[in-house]
Design a protein around this ligand. Sequence first.
Ligand code: PGA
Length: 250
Amino acid sequence: MKNLIIANWKCNPLSVSESRKIAGSIKKGIGRIKNSEVIICPPFVFIQELKKISGLKIGAQDCFWQEKGAFTGEVSSQMLRSLRAEYVIVGHSERRQYFGETDDVVNKKLKVSLNSGLKAILCIGENKKERSDGKVGIVIKRQLIKALDGVLFKKSDINLSVAYEPIWAIGTGKPCLPKDAKKVFDLIGKILKNKCGKKIAGKIRIIYGGSVNSGNARGYIKEAGMQGLLVGGASLNPEEFKKIVKTCEK
Ligand code: PGA
């Protein structure tokens, strides 16, 4: 299984021309990458333009849980499919924190994404207080079990990855140590095995996100066993992002 390296641009950059420039530069630098699948998740409004860059894989950062209807401002998974987006991030902590997404909403979004044929990247992770209170396991288990409630997997077609993103590590420059990330990697693997069975669990990639840069990226893959990375801030700098991708090849 290839590593999944995802660029989450969040609410950046400010113009379509800038988005083209960053994505073009990333694409040029990853031509000979063999062990990783690289996905760019720009804001919705840039997806169509970036799909014009041949060979670039695109995902969205979110999608609504209904297919269509009177839901002003929302974007559905079918719309994303029609733009030929392949992936979608579901349940990012910034969505949970700033837009009130509950475990129930995340569950609905995950189901609609998978049903429409998108490959979902489900984000879970504890906040600082939950970590200091020793509640990492409880939080991870709750978020994961609730997100997967009622999700049916076809054995041939497992379109899910789980991103462990400790909230205290996101955008703070204080990444989780690989040895600590490894503990959560093992826990997620165990929960997935119990919930979905060994065969299906073996096809679900577990990746890490939170202050990833070219200096620490390799540790998550080699020491923590992660099968990919979700990169925020550093993915807007094409040179840094390309270094991250290349260092995971070694
Ligand atoms: P960061 O963001 O790399 O800027 O910490 C990661 C994320 O939110 O996915």
